[in-house]
Design a protein around this ligand. Structure first.
Ligand SMILES: Nc1ncnc2c1ncn2[C@@H]1O[C@H](COP(=O)(O)OP(=O)(O)OP(=O)(O)O)[C@@H](O)[C@H]1O
Ligand SMILES: [Mg+2]
Length: 358
């Protein structure tokens, strides 16, 4: 699967923008601030109906406008085309369309045209914050399993209700026992199945991740991923945890245990990357993680995802850059941004589609 073209209206710094892509390697070059990352952001919208830079869609609207449109044509490996458009307006909100027909919600879009993203912002959050780590798991699994996405959405809803019930109960405004019993039963069930999905996911990607990380580092370093769930076990066991935490949660004012508190621990040679990793080590760790993510999506769905690589070569030394380029060649459609293509173009032993912005 690949994206054939992209058209933007009032998106970030573009009033209008149009480009075609090749189904292999595309390189977007240009100076700082010309709008390279914005193009990747617009493609991300077409795949996942949201940005990777912000949770506020209005930030992507051109300063002088009240709406944006991102449109593109995806082509499957057997040649079937699908026109997707995402528009967002300050008054009307978001509309997702396939061939001009409105889709009911983002669940209908997610997974149809999967993407793998590697951006500097995302490296910081994924390595550094548990919420970024959970996002990595959620986005990967949601793109391959609609039930997982539905369970996550339900969990979010029920968690909100439990937090509201806790606050009502703590202020003595309501009898809460029955409400909490019912909500915790739902949370127990959702947590148990999502925990199981996460355990399986990490177990499944781990060998592939180790191999890629090893290759990128010439076998000199070992990268590991550990999953640290906040709760685990059967529905009943997890319900019990929620119940035991009630008094504590009343004090805190929110639900302190649950899959919304899960973590991943990334290590190089048994030392926490977050604490001890260099910039380049962080980067090569994330490259390995994202390439693994792509392989996982491909294995589960039979669709090669589109790789969006923002500033991927910055901070990499020559050897690692060459290893990365080798990996990228042949994995599917790749869109890379860079300010200094001239500096590493000699390392690329294959034809690329160069998109120069100014
Ligand atoms: N809503 C908006 N409306 C108009 N311009 C915007 C908006 N949001 C961001 N910009 C501008 O868009 C420009 C392009 O940003 P973008 O991040 O895409 O550039 P870039 O080419 O990736 O730069 P870099 O090489 O520094 O990463 C910036 O100058 C930014 O100020
Ligand atoms: Mg950029």
């Amino acid at each position: 699967m690949h994206l054939e073209n992209l058209r933007l209206i009032n998106f970030r710094s573009y009033e209008k923008f149009e480009t075609d892509f090749s189904d292999k390697i595309n390189i977007i070059t240009g100076n700082n601030g010309v709008g390279k990352s914005s193009v990747l952001e617009a493609v991300h919208y077409l795949s996942l109906s949201k940005s990777f830079r912000s949770n506020r869609d209005e930030e992507a609207i051109h300063f002088n406008s009240d709406h944006f449109v991102s449109k593109g044509t995806f082509v499957s490996d057997d040649g079937v085309r699908e026109n997707i458009s995402i528009s967002f307006s300050k008054n009307g909100g978001k509309a997702i369309k396939s061939h001009g027909k409105l889709l009911e919600n983002s669940r209908d879009l997610i997974g149809r045209h999967p993407v793998v993203l590697l951006s500097p912002e995302d490296i910081i959050t994924t390595i550094g914050s548990p919420s970024g780590q959970r996002k990595f798991m959620n986005m990967t699994m949601s793109q391959v399993n609609k039930n997982h996405l539905s369970r996550l959405m339900s969990y979010r809803g029920v968690l909100k209700q439990r937090n509201a019930a806790i606050n009502m109960a703590a202020s003595g405004r309501q009898s809460y026992e029955n409400t909490l019993d019912a909500l915790e039963e739902q949370l127990g069930e959702l947590c148990s199945s999502i925990w199981e999905d996460r355990v399986n996911f990490i177990n499944e990607i781990f060998p592939e991740f180790q191999k890629i990380f090893n290759d990128l580092n010439e076998g000199k370093k070992e990268g590991t991923i550990e999953y640290r769930p906040s709760v685990s076990g059967t529905k009943n066991e997890i319900m019990e945890v929620f119940k035991l935490r009630r008094a504590n949660d009343f004090n805190m004012g929110f639900t302190t245990k649950g899959l919304h508190r899960d973590k991943l621990i990334f290590k190089i040679n048994d030392r926490a990357l977050k604490k001890y990793g260099s910039k380049g080590e962080n980067k090569s760790f994330m490259i390995a993680l994202r390439l693994t993510q792509g392989k996982f999506i491909e294995k589960k769905t039979g669709i090669k995802p589109i790789y969006l690589l923002d500033d991927v070569f910055m901070e990499l030394d020559r050897k690692r850059a060459i290893e990365t380029v080798k990996y990228i060649n042949g994995i599917g459609q790749v869109i890379i941004t860079t300010t200094n293509y001239e500096e590493w173009s000699d390392k690329v032993g294959f034809k690329v589609n160069l998109i120069g912005l100014s």
